[in-house]
Write a protein that binds this ligand. Structure first.
Ligand SMILES: Cc1cc2nc3c(=O)[nH]c(=O)nc-3n(C[C@H](O)[C@H](O)[C@H](O)COP(=O)(O)OP(=O)(O)OC[C@H]3O[C@@H](n4cnc5c(N)ncnc54)[C@H](O)[C@@H]3O)c2cc1C
Length: 462
């Protein structure tokens, strides 16, 4: 169904209801909200609205429902699959001004927030209470976008994805009604689990305005370990055994030598340019960490680690994690004018090494440049593929690599996306992954958003 353009009269109406300064049709604002951090083609909305409160969202959704306008929620726009790109135009709801912490319940390890708050700003505040919100996607993401994509990150191996850290949400549904999902209890057997259905739905089933998040205590002791290996395959095998032997890493990240080279070049660092694992362990005291480390060292050595650095100091630890988080940015900065297609797949941990081998073979077959890294402890691979956007042949070749890696992942019992979501980029794989279940997903969408106004063109292929 085509979505109409928002009329000047309705823009004027939005300005009257929500406030002149919170509604814009200015070209630079439309451009800013036409793209995310991916290589996908931009598409402008007709108008951008910055809601200040839940009632503003209700007003926008009601108008959209009446007129059939597309409404796309937007937080920080750091997605990597085109998830917030308003491919059907219409209204973008930018939550960056709904960014307050509403209540911290220290003793319950919970916080209530408006969804526009960035998780890093939230963690800066929570630090004073000895608490933190564990999902850590690295980019300057906001809670609403993390909920939208069910984001995860370097600490997911220990603490789970965003879905595991959200207890309750206030949601504006497509008919404009406001509902509350979940509760403050950390578990429940009550009713259908709409909370978890909406988390990861990329704004296609409802628009989240507030959330109650589950927090964790900051670990009293931590240990960062950097281990280098003769090959990526050896590093991947070490990952599988670290998990299998129950060594409980709080982070377990892989980088191949090409990524280390990019980081050294961009950040003027001198990391050894070999395949590398970054591991972090959290524990109650140094003695406990020490015995944990002895076992870790044995596993890493058994898999041929050529060097193991432990006891990285606090400053160096921050520098290392910033470098790891910034791997994609380093690659982009080092290769101006080139785009990056970032593959995101996830398989059972025992299949990780095999997936990386298959991905390397695809890269070689197509003669493209690929950088391997990922949340190895979760079985989650990222493969950055460089291409020249003006070179159609190279673009086709990186897309063929993407397809080969995604299909391999699905065939091995994995998924087409570990954390970046379906957006636009993974639409063509959803059917292969979900089969007949896709029909039931369509029925859910039809039941909750019968006019297809919420972020249309995402999640479910036409
Ligand atoms: C350098 C870099 C590194 C990254 N690393 C990771 C990583 O390690 N792990 C990871 O998971 N991701 C990673 N990402 C991707 C991205 O940061 C995450 O997906 C993040 O959760 C997106 O948050 P955002 O605030 O930018 O959301 P946006 O991009 O603005 O939106 C994301 C989705 O959520 C929907 N949405 C936004 N607000 C709402 C709302 N209020 N209600 C309902 N739906 C909403 C949007 O419509 C969209 O579909 C990385 C990105 C970059 C650029």
């Amino acid at each position: 169904m085509a979505h109409p353009r928002v009329t000047p009269e309705d823009v004027a109406l939005l300005k009257r209801v929500i406030g002149e300064s919170h509604v814009s049709t200015g070209p630079s604002n439309l451009d800013l909200h036409s793209k995310d951090e991916s290589y996908h083609e931009p598409h402008r909305p007709d108008v951008v609205v910055w809601p200040q409160k839940t009632e503003d969202v209700v007003a926008v959704v009601r108008l959209a429902g009446e007129k059939g306008y597309a409404v796309t929620p937007w937080c920080a726009g750091t997605s990597l699959e085109g998830n917030p790109i308003p491919v059907h135009g219409g209204i973008v709801l930018d939550f960056s001004e709904m960014n307050r912490i509403l209540e911290i319940r220290e003793k319950d390890l919970q916080v209530d927030v408006e969804v526009g708050i960035q998780y890093r700003d939230l963690n800066d505040q929570l630090r004073h209470y000895g608490l933190f919100f564990p999902p850590d996607p690295g980019a300057w993401a906001s809670i609403g976008g993390m909920i939208g994509n069910n984001a995860s990150g370097v600490r997911t191996v220990a603490y789970g994805a965003t879905r595991d850290s959200v207890l309750a949400m206030e949601v504006v549904m497509a008919d404009g009604r406001v509902i509350h999902l979940g509760s403050r209890a950390i578990k429940s057997s009550s009713g259908y689990d709409l909370l978890r259905l909406l988390i990861g739905s990329e704004g296609t089933l409802g628009i989240v305005t507030k959330a109650t998040l589950r927090l964790r205590g900051l670990p009293p002791e931590y240990l960062t370990v950097v281990a280098t290996f003769p090959s990526v395959h050896a590093a991947c095998e070490a990952v599988s055994d670290t998990i299998r032997y129950g060594l409980n890493p709080a982070a377990l990240e892989l980088m191949d030598e090409a990524v280390v080279v990019e980081i050294n070049r961009d950040r003027k660092m001198d990391l050894e340019e070999r395949p590398m694992l970054f591991l972090e362990f959290h524990n109650v005291n140094e003695a406990a960490l020490e015995s944990q480390y002895e076992m870790v060292e044995a596993v890493l050595t058994e898999h041929g680690a050529t060097r193991i650095d432990r006891g990285v100091g606090a400053d160096e630890r921050v520098r290392l994690w910033e470098a790891r988080h910034g791997a994609l940015e380093s690659i982009k900065r080092n290769h101006p004018g080139r785009s990056v297609l970032l593959v995101d797949t996830c398989v059972p941990i025992s299949r990780y090494a095999e997936m990386v081998d298959a991905a390397k073979a695809a890269v070689e077959r197509e003669g493209v440049t690929g950088f391997f890294w990922g949340h190895a402890g979760d079985g989650n691979l990222h493969l950055g593929l460089l291409f020249d956007p003006a070179d159609e042949d190279e673009k086709q070749r990186v897309q063929r690599v993407n397809r080969a890696v995604v299909e391999h992942s699905i065939a091995k019992g994995g998924t087409c996306t570990g954390e970046h979501g379906v957006g636009i980029g993974k639409l063509s794989f959803v059917e292969a992954e979900h089969g007949p279940a896709l029909e039931y997903m369509r029925r859910i969408k039809q039941a909750l958003d019968p006019k297809n106004i919420l972020n249309p063109g995402k999640m479910l292929p036409d």
